[in-house]
Design a protein around this ligand. Structure first.
Ligand code: ZN
Length: 428
């Protein structure tokens, strides 16, 4: 009898939830269908709680729905930045060694505004690809998911998997300085050590794995033109990650390191600065995404002029920025899969959309640039069923801009409306 009463109660509650679901209707003057690469006009989007319920022309407005009038705007899916570092604390401290002056708690609390400004600028999702202090990104992601703080959906890496003294290591100290565990959590120096790190990170609850295949620009004692992990180590990372259903992204500047990572089966190459013709052909053949941060050179050089970028970083960077942009153009022309990733943290947080104009300047159509940050980005993350376009069943992650971003893509730098998970975070 008692059991029966409970089931009745549960049924009643479910009915009540359905009746009292929050219904929102968006009237969209123009709407970008990022899957099809087309623009629809006079669309009605019906949102029930946090999901898109229906979309079409002339749909009836359900009773009790709250209506948001974006009929004078262009409505797009929430943007996705596939290469961010939101959990590294306050932007603009120059040398990474500043991390040694703070506790992990200070750094992660300083990161709270980074998450907020990213969301408010129209990026409803980020793939965060590494932190100086391991697992700070997990703390930030979970605080956002609980609703304690405001930010985008975060898919996080937990730590950099890197060789000792490599691109993802904290370097520049005297050899007898011992760092706390979280500064070198991801260091690995053999295929089996790589596997152990992947296992640890999977257990910690990461969403993907970040490996560093070559040297870096913004690391002391590093050479972006050098290879770091061997093909065996990269293969171990991809194979081990697959056991946990995780994808791998590889930081790579040098041509050989890019090809090693593509052959190992990574989902994306980050930076891809010195990719050669063979690398472009391989990426195309294997369906590997290139996630090229072609805007942040502006910030590295501007910070260099005011003495904020360390001189050795500027030396590493010499000429690489322009080469990367030309290689971006080649890859676009060759039809390689491209995603939108900015390395947010190099430039200030909240300005990622400035990269759109550069992507168009270097060979993309505005629609291709938008797709790189929506449908293609969702595909790279393995979350096409939930995000990346405005379709029934997906999360209500929706933005709007005044004017036509397909004529002037830089309009995306000034997003007027932001909804994430059915909740409005910005409405100008
Ligand atoms: Zn990065």
């Amino acid at each position: 009898m008692k059991k029966f009463r409970w089931s009745v109660l549960v049924q009643l509650l479910l009915c009540a939830v359905n009746v009292f679901a929050q219904v929102t209707v968006i009237k969209a003057g123009r709407l970008v269908d990022s899957d099809a690469g087309t623009v629809l006009t006079d669309q009605t989007v019906i949102i029930r709680d946090n999901k898109i319920d229906a979309i079409g022309k002339g749909l009836a407005t359900p009773a009790n729905a709250s209506v948001i009038d974006l009929s004078q705007m262009t409505v797009l899916p929430g943007l996705i930045d596939c290469h961010t570092h939101l959990a590294d604390g306050k932007h603009g401290e120059g040398d990474p060694m500043f991390q040694l002056k703070k506790t992990a708690s200070q750094v992660v609390l300083e990161s709270v505004p980074n998450a907020r400004v990213t969301l408010e600028s129209g990026f409803t999702t980020v793939r965060d690809v590494g932190v100086y202090r391991a697992l700070n990104d997990i703390a930030l992601r979970d605080a956002i998911n609980r609703g304690d703080i405001i930010g985008p959906r975060m898919y996080v890496a937990g730590a950099y998997i890197t060789i000792t003294g490599g691109a993802g290591a904290m370097t520049g100290m005297a050899p007898d300085i011992q760092l706390p565990w979280d500064f070198h959590y991801g260091e690995a120096n053999s295929p089996w050590e790589v596997r152990q790190k992947v296992r640890l990170l999977a257990h910690d609850g990461v969403d993907h794995i970040k490996v560093l295949s070559t040297g870096a620009v913004l690391t002391h004692g590093s050479n972006p033109k050098s290879v770091e992990f061997t093909p065996e180590e990269l293969q171990a990372a991809v194979d081990e990650a697959s056991h946990f259903g995780l994808r791998v992204e590889a930081h790579a500047h040098a041509a050989e390191g890019i090809k090693n990572a593509i052959r190992a089966g990574v989902a994306s190459i980050e930076h891809a600065t010195l990719i050669d013709d063979e690398g472009i052909a391989l990426a195309k053949q294997r369906g590997t995404y290139l996630d090229m941060d072609i805007y942040d050179e502006e910030c590295i050089q501007a910070d260099g002029k005011i003495g904020k970028t360390p001189p050795d970083f500027l030396e590493h960077d010499r000429e690489l920025g322009q080469v990367q942009r030309e290689n971006f153009r080649k890859a676009v022309k060759a039809g390689v899969k491209m995603s939108f990733g900015t390395d947010a943290g190099v430039c200030p947080y909240g300005v990622a959309a400035k990269q759109f104009a550069f992507m168009v300047k270097y060979g993309m159509t505005p629609m291709q640039a938008i797709q790189a940050a929506t449908s293609s980005a969702a595909d790279l993350l393995g979350h096409s069923k939930e995000i990346g376009s405005i379709k029934p069943g997906k999360y209500a992650d929706i933005i709007a801009v005044a004017g036509d971003p397909l004529q002037d893509v830089s309009l995306l730098e000034n997003v007027q409306f932001v909804m994430k998970d059915g909740k409005v975070y910005r409405q100008k």
